[in-house]
Design a protein around this ligand. Structure first.
Ligand SMILES: *Cc1c(COP(=O)(O)O)cnc(C)c1O
Length: 450
């Protein structure tokens, strides 16, 4: 079987792939950008053939045609959505994970990897102040984490309440992440919308009022956000936690983006109350310098999650009786890449102080950018940034002007920025996670809005 024999050709391909990967890691990436499907069809054509095009040719197609049609999320001026900034160590180790064929479902199959992943999870749990028994698993992203956490929450409610409500409900404010609404739809639950306060946060007071008004019957969980995607705002976690405790509701904290700032002493105070979360999501692939895809899902009482998620079948008996930690029990998944390993490797290699410093660097950059905006007559901050998202307006500009400015920056390979909507107004949004982004880089962008 040619496909499974390591030949001289394989050796040549190995050298080419390692050379390309090393260069991609070593050099600052070009920004690149999407191309229309018709153009890709014309340039690339059909790649899947009966005889195969050969490894080197397939690699050439990727390097010359496909990769340039994908935006580099780790470019220092990728400021749209939530960018990525994986460490070199984590990306290098991702190659090792790929080469190792470890299935991260169970202790039986992956004890060594799960042991290491659990130490990385423990670091996050300690940052949040969760108890020693807390634990969970790495899943593909915040969306998967929110869904799995909420499924565990409902399972818990369904088992502990005597009566099933007509409709299950999740309490959240409008600015909670779209995946919360998606999770509710998948679970055939409704979202009880809670009005936000004047800073657009979910607060304990507003939550209590909304629950009273809605006579709370079917509410089983409250989702608080620690760092909204749109504006980087942290909800009143302590206030919300108190209401949840009082009323026996599951307290889920979505810190997919913002959770990284738990590592930063200058921002830690914003998260007061997170230590009593029943479930918590933090995405290392966002602001903790891990490659895609890597989200940490933690539970205060993991056995509750295992009751909800453990799959049972004769062919799984050996996994389930082992009594050791099996990641498949803690989310909706079975086969699983050990996607926490690149994060673990980099954390082990660099140490946690380096992570603290890298997150602080991004927070400092954000404050510098905010100051820069305050100094310019033609710009205005929309809100003072809490974490690393900056919302601002260019006086006299509307949606069309913002879009044209962003389009040009992408076309010229300078930056990938996108506007957003804030209180029905189109405004500009920068999200920073990359410690290599400099204030000077951003100054040049702001200059170009003059
Ligand atoms: C990004 C984000 C998510 C979704 O995470 P994915 O990894 O994209 O699935 C959920 N919640 C918040 C607050 C986010 O910023």
């Amino acid at each position: 079987m040619e496909t499974h024999r390591y030949t001289e050709e394989t050796e040549e391909l190995a050298r080419a792939i390692v050379a390309y990967a090393t260069e991609r890691i070593r050099l600052e990436p070009t920004l690149d950008g999407p191309k229309p499907a018709a153009e890709l069809r014309e340039r690339v054509g059909t790649t899947i053939t009966e005889k195969g095009v050969g490894g080197l040719e397939a690699l050439r197609i990727f390097v010359e045609e496909l990769a340039p049609a994908c935006i580099s999320t780790d470019h220092p001026l990728f400021t749209a959505f939530v960018p990525a900034a994986p460490t070199d160590a984590s990306v290098l180790f991702d190659l090792v994970v790929g080469a190792s064929s470890i299935v991260g479902s169970s202790w039986l199959e992956a004890a060594g990897a799960v042991y290491a992943e659990n130490q990385a999870l423990r670091w996050l749990a300690d940052l949040a102040g969760l108890p020693p028994d807390a634990g969970g698993t790495f899943v593909s992203g915040g969306s998967a984490g929110n869904l799995s956490g909420l499924v565990a929450a409902r399972d818990h409610a369904a088992r502990s309440r005597r009566k099933r409500p007509a409709r299950w409900r999740i309490a959240a404010v409008h600015d909670a992440h779209s995946s919360v609404w998606s999770a509710a739809r998948i679970m055939d639950a409704d979202v009880l919308p809670v009005p936000a306060d004047e800073r657009r946060r979910l607060t304990g007071e507003n939550l209590a009022a909304a629950l009273d008004e809605a006579d709370e019957g079917g509410v089983f969980a409250v989702v608080a956000t620690a760092g909204t995607t749109n504006a980087g705002i942290v909800d009143d976690l302590a206030g919300v936690a108190a209401v949840c405790r009082e009323r026996g509701l599951w307290f889920h904290v979505d810190a997919a983006y913002g959770g990284a700032a738990l590592a930063a002493p200058s921002a830690r105070h914003l998260f007061h109350g997170i230590e009593v979360a029943d479930s918590l999501v933090i995405d290392p692939h966002k602001w903790l310098f891990a490659p895609f895809d890597c989200a940490a899902l933690l539970y205060r009482e993991p056995r509750i999650a295992a009751r909800a998620h453990m799959q049972e079948a004769s062919y799984l008996d050996d996994i389930n009786v082992s009594g050791e930690w099996s990641p498949s029990h803690y989310a909706f998944h079975l086969t699983r890449r050990v996607r926490g390993m690149p994060f673990w490797f980099s954390l082990a290699a660099h140490g946690t102080n380096a992570y603290r410093d890298a997150v602080e660097t991004v927070l400092f950059l954000t404050r510098q950018v905010a100051d820069d905006i305050r100094r310019r007559e033609y710009l205005e901050l929309v809100t003072d940034p809490e974490l690393s998202v900056v919302l601002f307006r260019r006086t006299g500009w509307g949606d069309a002007k913002y879009t044209a400015w962003c389009d040009r920056l992408l076309l010229e390979g300078i930056a990938f920025c996108l506007p957003t909507t804030w209180e029905d107004e189109r405004v500009m949004r920068f999200c920073f996670v990359n410690p290599r982004t400099t204030a000077g880089d951003v100054t040049a962008l702001l200059d170009s809005m003059a």
